[in-house]
Design a binder for this molecule. Structure first.
Ligand SMILES: Nc1ncnc2c1ncn2[C@@H]1O[C@H](COP(=O)(O)OP(=O)(O)OP(=O)(O)O)[C@@H](O)[C@H]1O
Length: 291
């Protein structure tokens, strides 16, 4: 789905085709992801969820240009990805702000690197800080901000250079539950105004539904696409929607899909969550024998 507020064309098409990534481990090549094909249409918000270690960050690192796939095609707007570029902004879980620079200076950093003049830089940074509700903190240092505020600065900094796509790897993973919900609302509002594509990695099913137009579920390693789930909730998204029957049905569906894979990722040892027929606590003698 394209953002539909009519403020100019949406931007940034991410196109991954049949991606495989192998890493050397203990002298052997092991596939981290295999045969992954995914699409983020211009202006679309797409999340990737899946069990730990299934290759979510690996995919994001390919689109960011930090990692080359072993096989397959990775493209943005039809051009093969060849290293990092200013048309792709990245936000990680760690805030990665420069502690010696004030908030606005942090946001202006990339623009300064691009050679933009001082007045234009300042105006752009202030507009984006305003959008994120941070204008009154422009002269604070990162240390003086809460975790949620730091991450908002991180998002604004990634957006400042005008990327076509925003890549977010568990951006709210370090925040408490309340702050996280507020951040999701701020992000969805900013995204709707900016009309850029987002590839969002998360462990949080509710977060993926609330934010996305579409959610990809990955299998346990080697990561493949297990399912592509469209999210037909209207925009703008509101917190009340999380109680709607559609939201709850999607939640159940995604939870079941991920649970299967999380158990597979644990080697099947904990089928039924460790409480079913396949798993039993041995007798006292068995336990003593092991000890
Ligand atoms: N540089 C590397 N060298 C070797 N193996 C790696 C490397 N980077 C990642 N891997 C392996 O590739 C697999 C996928 O890792 P990745 O970090 O992409 O998973 P993830 O789904 O993002 O995990 P999590 O949800 O725990 O963050 C893992 O098994 C990991 O150990």
């Amino acid at each position: 789905m394209m953002a539909s507020d009519g403020k100019g064309p949406a931007r940034g098409h991410i196109d991954l085709r049949d991606i495989r990534v192998s890493f050397m481990q203990n002298g052997a090549a092991l596939d981290a992801v295999s045969g992954v094909t995914l699409d983020v249409e211009p202006g679309e918000f797409v999340s990737v969820v899946g069990p730990s270690g299934c290759g979510k960050s690996t995919l994001l690192n390919i689109v960011a240009g930090f990692l080359k796939p072993s096989a397959g095609k990775a493209m943005v707007d039809g051009k093969p990805i060849d290293g990092p570029g200013s048309e792709r902004g990245v936000v990680f879980q760690q805030y990665s702000l420069f502690p010696w620079l004030k908030v606005r200076e942090n946001v202006e950093f990339g623009l300064r690197m691009q050679g933009m003049g001082r007045a234009e830089r300042e105006s752009k940074a202030r507009t984006l800080l305003g959008l994120a509700g941070l204008l009154s903190f422009e002269n604070h240092y990162p240390d003086q901000l809460s975790g949620g505020m730091k991450q908002r600065v991180g998002i604004v900094r990634a957006l400042a250079t005008g990327p076509q796509v925003l890549l977010m790897d568990e951006p709210f993973g370090a925040l408490d539950a309340q702050t996280r919900v507020v951040m999701q609302e701020i992000l969805t509002n900013m995204w709707q105004q900016l009309r850029l594509s987002v590839l969002f990695i998360t462990h949080d099913i509710e977060e993926s539904i609330f934010l996305s137009d579409k959610v990809y579920v990955m299998t346990a390693r080697p990561g493949r696409i297990k399912a592509e789930i469209p999210i037909p909730l209207p925009r703008p998204r509101t917190p009340e929607m999380t109680a709607s029957p559609t939201f709850m049905a999607l939640h159940r569906q995604l939870k079941a899909l991920i649970r299967e894979e999380s158990l597979a990722a644990m080697g099947g040892e904990l089928r039924d969550g460790g409480l079913g027929q396949d798993w039993h606590l041995g007798s006292q003698d068995d336990v003593r024998a092991v000890l």
